[in-house]
Design a protein around this ligand. Structure first.
Ligand SMILES: [Zn+2]
Length: 192
């Protein structure tokens, strides 16, 4: 696993399948994690993320969407609240298999999800249907960092829209909307 500081208080942990977990530390100790990575990265996350913050003190975990490689280590954060968009929560209820895409994680994933509000602390929530109907991007306005989940990657590549809960017809409008933010840093769900 590779660890990289992308801004003063924002860290990126890159693991299996180049999947990224992000940590934003708060001035007053309120720490936010964006996506929980692949299950196979568990020990690395315990060691590396756990050396920076007490995992028991993570208060907020935000999922950009609910594919298995973005939720795999949800249970490393025993005292956290977990958020996903209302649309993504609806997908999970309607089609658990098609929303998670991995049987092992489907069986393990047993937490209560809260609906994402429009703003989460320093982050603005941007609804970004395309890769999945309920995908979101997160805009850290103060630092001009755009967390894009699987909507858009670093090398000008957009995410897949042929998955069971994808919304291919909406991807174009989503990408146009994201352009308007004019981010300084793209923080994608995978490094590729
Ligand atoms: Zn995905």
């Amino acid at each position: 696993m590779k660890v990289q500081k992308i801004s003063g208080n924002v860290w990126k942990f890159t693991g299996t399948e180049n999947v990224n977990v992000y940590l934003i530390t708060g001035e007053h100790g309120e720490n936010i994690v964006i996506d929980a990575g692949n299950r196979s990265d568990r020990q690395d996350l315990v060691r590396l993320l756990g050396s920076m913050v007490d995992l028991k003190k993570i208060s907020t975990v935000i999922f950009t969407h609910l594919h298995y490689d973005h939720i795999g280590n949800f249970d490393l954060f025993p005292n956290s609240a977990f958020y996903a968009s209302e649309e993504e929560i609806n997908s999970l209820e309607a089609d658990r298999k098609g929303t998670i895409l991995n049987e092992d994680i489907e069986n393990k994933f047993n937490i209560k999800l809260r609906k994402l509000p429009d703003d989460m602390g320093p982050l603005e929530v941007i609804k970004s249907p395309g890769h999945t109907r309920g995908s979101v991007c997160l805009w850290y306005k103060e630092k001009k960092i755009l967390f894009t989940g699987d909507t858009f990657f670093s090398k000008k590549k957009k995410g897949r829209t042929d998955l069971p809960t994808s919304a291919p017809d909406e991807m174009g409008a989503t990408l146009m909307r994201l352009l308007e933010y004019n981010p300084q840093t793209i923080a994608p769900g995978h490094d590729y």
